[in-house]
Ligand binder design. Structure first.
Ligand code: NDP
Length: 342
């Protein structure tokens, strides 16, 4: 399809309460043209990730907030449409960070060439990319599961959680997943082959989790916070490790994620059980460990030890709905927006 105009999506307003699709605006803009040393990229796949909810807040977190009127950021798989750069050819498929736009310019410094023959290019946005690496980095550097230990992870059918549980099993640990809904529960147990799975919306969730972890919890990979964390804390073993990766239940303007503020009681457990609680952002480890991860994860996929699932939404205009849906748990697998043809 040829395009005479570009399109992008900007942040139109700061969310008050829950993020809404009306907090975004689709705009038509002139078609960009590559200058000397630049390439013109056409977005094929756009990654939609929970961190985007943090970045639309006014407060600075580990990055600067996205300003009102600024194009939404995000990882993409893109095709080089025009090249005036010696290292890139028309038709190259690349991993980029060009955001919620149909076409973008790049000087090439932020691109990684993908080989569509080696793996489906969309996997560079998840199991062979940022979210897969997040699972690997948090689990291997902080969680450090030993054979026979119990690793618990929530959002277990999702991009990060699914990889956490599968790597835990590869390392010889027991993987206990937390998710909700019959389809996701069955997927985590039978497709991802976790040892046990528990529904966080069940009335007796805490009891079910205790039953699924008869020897307690040695590693709790924290993705969600809130009620799930409340149920995990009493089950933690002495010297348990907690890589704090994300707190999605608290992102969409729910400070305690539906849980109770138990900070004093939790700190008493941290002390009494000699817990290690360590937050991380995956970029801390990426420089040194990404290459090893890509090699191992590619091999695990080939050996059918690492499986993944994509939840593909079609059309750039549907990116805001994909993000609000992700924050409500409506996604089933890695959320990707397909913007252009492969
Ligand atoms: P997912 O693909 O797992 O999608 C998000 C899932 O979170 C939903 O499907 C839902 O799963 C679950 N969820 C949403 N709300 C709640 C809630 N209130 N209580 C319990 N579960 C909820 O997303 P990702 O894998 O991309 O991200 C998972 C976590 O990892 C996020 O917290 C994210 O911020 C974090 N992250 C951190 C990084 C880092 O560098 N530290 C990098 C990348 C991600 P379900 O239906 O099973 O409840």
């Amino acid at each position: 399809m040829s395009h005479s105009q570009n399109q992008h999506i900007v942040l139109a307003s700061r969310p008050e309460g829950e993020l809404a699709v009306t907090d975004f605006r689709l705009e038509n803009t002139p078609m960009p043209v590559a200058a000397d040393g630049e390439v013109l990229l056409e977005t094929i796949f756009l990654s939609v990730d929970p961190y985007m909810r943090w970045w639309v807040r006014a407060e600075k977190s580990y990055n600067d907030p996205i300003e009102i009127g600024q194009v939404m950021v995000g990882g993409t798989v893109s095709r080089v449409r025009q090249s005036r750069h010696p290292d890139w050819r028309e038709g190259d498929v690349v991993l980029a960070f060009s955001g919620w736009r149909r076409f973008a310019l790049s000087d090439g410094s932020d691109l990684r060439r993908l080989s569509p023959m080696a793996a489906p290019p969309s996997t560079a946005l998840h199991v062979l990319g940022m979210t897969g690496f997040t699972a690997y980095a948090g689990l291997c550097n902080i969680g450090k599961p030993k054979p026979g230990e119990t690793v618990v992870v929530a959002a277990a059918s999702g991009a990060v959680g699914s990889v956490v549980g599968q790597i835990a099993r590869i390392r010889g640990a027991r993987a206990v997943g937390i998710t909700t809904g019959a389809e996701k529960l069955a997927y985590v147990k039978h497709q991802l082959r976790f040892d046990a799975v528990v529904d966080h919306k069940a009335a007796d969730f805490a009891e079910q989790l205790a039953e699924a972890c008869p020897d307690g919890i040695d590693v709790y990979f924290e993705n969600v916070g809130g009620r799930v964390f409340d149920a995990v804390v009493p089950l933690l073993n002495t010297y348990a490790r907690i890589p704090v990766c994300g707190l999605i239940s608290q992102y969409d303007d729910a400070p305690n994620g539906g849980g109770v503020d138990r900070l004093p009681a939790t700190m008493a457990q941290v002390m009494g059980k000699s817990l290690t609680v360590r937050g991380f952002i995956q970029t801390e480890f990426a420089g040194e460990q990404m290459a090893d991860f890509l090699e191992e994860a590619t091999r695990w996929i080939g050996e059918d030890k690492l499986r993944y699932r994509e939840d593909i939404v079609r059309g750039l205009e549907n990116a805001p709905g994909a993000l609000t849906g992700l924050l409500k748990g409506r996604n089933f697998g890695k959320t990707i927006v397909q913007v252009g043809d492969l």
